[in-house]
Design a protein around this ligand. Structure first.
Ligand code: IPD
Ligand code: CA
Length: 278
């Protein structure tokens, strides 16, 4: 089990504090700004929660580094190094937050030597705390989590996301991926509007596989270790090793199902999270 228990416990405690801000603002009117596309939004609460998390963590661990969604959006350089690093999405599901659709999460992963040591996903409205430390299993509100173990794709409940990319190529590949899976067939396709919570459904066994193209490292870094510690498999959509910077992920209940989905879906081109704009 990880040597980073103090950081893990501190992460849980500040996540719960930050969620009070999310919940207070949930029903209120929000001033919304558009980022990369009409479906990529930010509110004052996203920035406030990220600032609160980073300043609390920095105060306690002054040498640690951060990759935060809104700091990167504001122009901060994104680089994952060997230094202990907190990867933060202050609100995963900002579009849901704006509409008051009740799936929003705070997602925090912690890496050392580029390896994830723990992940915390707090689904604020549901009051569900998903977490995992490397080698220590995965938990939901203190209860152990296990993937379904399903190996038959035709019996799978699939979770995916439409995502924030709105160009014709991305939309056509995204919809044809769903079409191909539905015609396999699979039992169904679902989308909650937050990659972090979607992926945690695989960890609970409530869904059998999740895939997504175009999300960012802060959306899925925490839930990736939660799925792995629940006994699941996480890989790139091309079947290669999971790379949180690649903007492609499959999280599945079994290697067989992950491989079947990798064979069925196509990815559209996305600039890596750690690639600098030209
Ligand atoms: C988004 C959500 C959404 C997914 C997008 C993400 P955000 O994150 O996870 O479900 O489809 O790709 O960017 O912007 O709400 O933090
Ligand atoms: Ca976000």
């Amino acid at each position: 089990m990880s040597d980073w228990c103090d950081c893990f416990n501190f992460g849980i405690s500040i996540t719960k504090q930050a969620s009070e801000i999310v919940m207070t603002m949930f029903q209120q009117h929000k001033d919304v700004r558009v980022k990369s596309s009409s479906a990529d939004l930010v509110t004052e609460t996203d920035e406030r929660v990220e600032n609160l998390l980073i300043s609390a963590i920095r105060n306690r661990y002054p040498l640690h580094r951060f990759i935060g969604e809104e700091s990167v959006a504001a122009g901060e350089h994104l680089e994952l190094t060997d230094t202990p690093t907190w990867i933060i999405d202050p609100i995963d599901g900002t579009v849901n937050f704006v509409h008051r659709f009740p799936f929003v999460a705070i997602s925090i992963a912690f890496t050392v030597n580029k390896q994830t040591e723990f992940g915390i996903v707090y689904s604020c409205v549901e009051d569900k705390l998903f977490c995992a430390q490397r080698g220590g299993g995965a938990f939901l509100n203190g209860e152990p989590l296990h993937v379904s173990g399903q190996e038959d794709i035709s019996r799978c409940l699939v979770v995916t996301e439409i995502g924030a990319e709105r160009d014709d190529l991305a939309l056509s590949i995204m919809t044809s991926n769903i079409f191909r899976l539905l015609t396999l067939p699979v039992h169904g396709v679902r989308a909650l509007g937050t990659a972090a919570v979607d992926m945690c459904q695989v960890a609970t066994g409530g869904a059998d596989v999740y895939y997504h193209i175009g999300m960012h490292c802060w959306d899925i870094a925490a839930s990736a270790i939660i799925v792995q510690e629940a006994g699941g498999v996480v890989m790139d959509t091309d079947g290669s090793q999971f790379d949180m910077m690649s903007r492609r992920v499959i999280a599945a209940s079994s290697l067989v199902v992950a491989g079947r989905v990798a064979d069925m879906i196509q990815a559209f081109p996305c600039r890596r999270d750690d690639e600098q704009p030209v």
